[in-house]
Design a protein around this ligand. Structure first.
Ligand code: G3P
Length: 215
């Protein structure tokens, strides 16, 4: 299973890359705005740091605008994966540029039916948002369960990139259901590392070693 970091903050990516567990990065317009960045300047820098797929999202909502933006984004770096929303214009853009070698991450996916269309049009990734289902009192992991089952039925090449991850549980659920990728904030990555029993066990080892040295 691949792990991507869901951020546009360079220092967060540096910290995660140093752990040796991050395979790529996803950004979105909200994350770019929050980091106060210009996409065209920051994406190549992130690509060089992470040396893996970096998703950069278009802002246009019409097919012609998306086509123009996707072409610019794809030209920024070989690791760029163009993010388009799961809309008719987004699907049209994938259909038109996929044959030219542009890789797409179709985002804002909330149903298996939507994911089927992303797979049919040849998206490299489709991003189901589990956390935003949870936000409206629905179990987002059921979406991943159903999506992975359907994709296995037909052997789709499109990879399921679980997004809107709010906790280590979302990552574990994505792995249990066989999703290809999970993209997570640095906060969740840090939570994945830590466990109170690990801390207690380490303290006990060190205390026993200290006592042995002093005896
Ligand atoms: O970047 C796409 C997705 O991960 C956004 O997550 O937390 O805004 O629902 P969130």
């Amino acid at each position: 299973m691949l792990l991507f970091l869901d951020t546009a903050v360079y220092s967060e990516i540096e910290e995660a890359v140093a752990l040796g567990v991050v395979d790529g990065v996803t950004t979105n317009p909200s994350l770019i705005a929050k980091a106060g960045l210009k996409l065209e300047e920051e994406i190549p820098r992130i690509c060089e740091l992470v040396q893996g797929p970096v998703s950069a999202e278009v802002l246009a909502t019409d097919a012609e605008g998306m086509l123009a933006e996707a072409t610019v984004l794809a030209g920024l770096h070989e690791h760029v994966v163009v993010k388009v929303p799961l809309t008719e214009a987004g699907l049209q853009t994938v259909a038109r540029l996929r044959p030219k070698g542009v890789r797409f991450n179709v985002t804002l996916c909330f149903t298996v039916a939507q994911a089927l269309l992303a797979a049919k049009v040849g998206a490299h990734y489709v991003s189901p948002f589990v956390g935003r289902w949870d936000d409206i009192d629905r179990d987002g992991s059921e979406l991943i369960r159903d999506m992975t089952a359907v994709f296995q039925n037909y052997g789709f090449d499109t990879q399921i990139l679980v997004a809107s991850v709010r906790s280590p549980l979302h990552v574990s659920q994505a792995a249990m259901w066989g999703a290809d990728v999970a993209t997570l904030p640095l906060k969740v990555l840090r939570q994945m590392v830590r466990h109170p029993l690990t801390d207690v066990g380490l303290a006990r080892f060190l205390e026993d070693a200290r006592r042995a040295r002093e005896s």
